[in-house]
Design a protein around this ligand. Structure first.
Ligand code: SF4
Length: 344
């Protein structure tokens, strides 16, 4: 546009560090330039359709891209840190049997801008427009979609999010979760500044995993864990990666499954892995039920007895269908819609 270079820096800061959603608000730019930018570009493309607030403080956002595609993000507050769970795709092409998002199928890959914008919208809602960049916010790519099927956009978005002149959310505060797109795990392992990796496993054997997560028919457990081992080799000191295991009552949560899981991990000589146990979040359209508290605890004890770190992930925002595997639910008994959404 024939403008001096520092103007680009101002626009970048305006969009990312100050989280402004229109060029008009960038009052450090000359009026004529602001008008020119408004004419040629869009500072914001995503709109918020509705926001739901859970009893536990979790907030769920239903948004739409300019093309009308649904996007969801969830804000999860805890005592020490806040986490934003964002989407990498609108809908999801994978057909995990325990997941409601799967019912949507793939609608579109999100652009780099759309991935970032969700996070800006949530931050503005929680901390106020143009509020200070909150330090300690964690990001997880565990919303709708399979992040590794939108690999390039995701990595570019994470690079921008980590910019010190922008939101400055460094890769160490980010976790990307994959259902097992094996070639991308190898690509991910080669990245120099990369986020943490979580692999959604949810079954200790191929027969069951084929049924629960059909992506297993493309890359089976053996191929997946071989890639995980390769990733493990690239970890720096003190780093670990995660297996996520959704516990489904009577399906994959028995003592036998826990023992098979340990054997699997031992057979592949995975030593720097921790297991996140996720009690399933029920939904009417899904045929599964959450494991009982006793089976969750027993499963955890079996892993720990064999020296494997296991954590139970407390479900958050279940009442507003914001919990894992629930994104895409539109209705629910406790769905309280908050309409006063200011400045996002
Ligand atoms: S669990 Fe994740 S990868 Fe599987 S269908 Fe749901 S959104 Fe897609």
């Amino acid at each position: 546009m024939g403008e001096p270079r520092y103007r680009a820096d101002q626009v970048f800061r305006g969009l990312h560090q100050r989280r402004l959603r229109s060029f008009e608000e960038m009052t450090d730019l000359p009026k004529a330039l602001r008008a020119k930018l408004e004419e040629h570009a869009a500072a914001a493309t995503i709109t918020v359709e509705s926001r739901y607030l859970s009893d536990d403080g979790t907030r769920r956002y239903l948004m739409k891209t300019r093309g009308g595609h649904p996007v969801e993000a969830v804000f999860i507050p805890t005592e020490n840190r806040d986490t934003i769970c964002f989407s990498s795709q609108s809908g999801c092409p994978l057909k995990c049997d325990f997941c409601l998002t799967a019912k949507l199928g793939l609608i579109s890959n999100l652009t780099v801008g759309e991935i970032i914008e969700q996070i800006v919208i949530v931050l503005n809602d929680v901390y106020g427009v143009a509020g200070a960049t909150p330090h300690g916010t964690n990001l997880v790519a565990m919303g709708a979609g399979e992040p590794f099927l939108n690999f390039d956009n995701l990595i570019k978005a994470l690079e921008i999010l980590s910019d010190p002149n922008g939101l400055f959310i460094v890769p160490g505060r980010v976790t990307v979760s994959t259902a097992g797109i094996v070639p991308r795990i190898y690509d991910f392992a080669k990245l120099e500044r990369r986020p943490n990796l979580a692999i959604s496993l949810s079954a200790p054997g191929d027969e069951l995993r084929d049924r629960l997560m059909p992506i297993n028919k493309r890359w089976n457990i053996d191929e997946l864990l071989t890639a995980a081992k390769e990733f493990e080799r690239t970890l720096k000191r003190g780093e670990r990666f995660t297996f996520e295991y959704v516990l489904l009552d009577g399906v994959n949560d028995t003592e036998r499954h826990a023992k098979e899981l340990v054997n699997l991990i031992e057979r592949h000589e995975l030593r720097r892995v921790k297991i996140n146990l996720i009690p399933h979040n029920p939904a009417e359209q899904l045929d599964y039920f959450p494991s009982t508290r006793e089976s969750v605890e027993q499963f955890k004890r079996t892993l720990e007895a064999r020296g494997i770190s296991a954590f139970v992930r407390r479900p958050r925002g279940r009442d507003i269908f914001a919990a894992c595997g629930q994104l895409a639910a539109k209705e629910g008994p406790n769905l309280v819609r908050i309409t006063s959404l200011v400045g996002v």
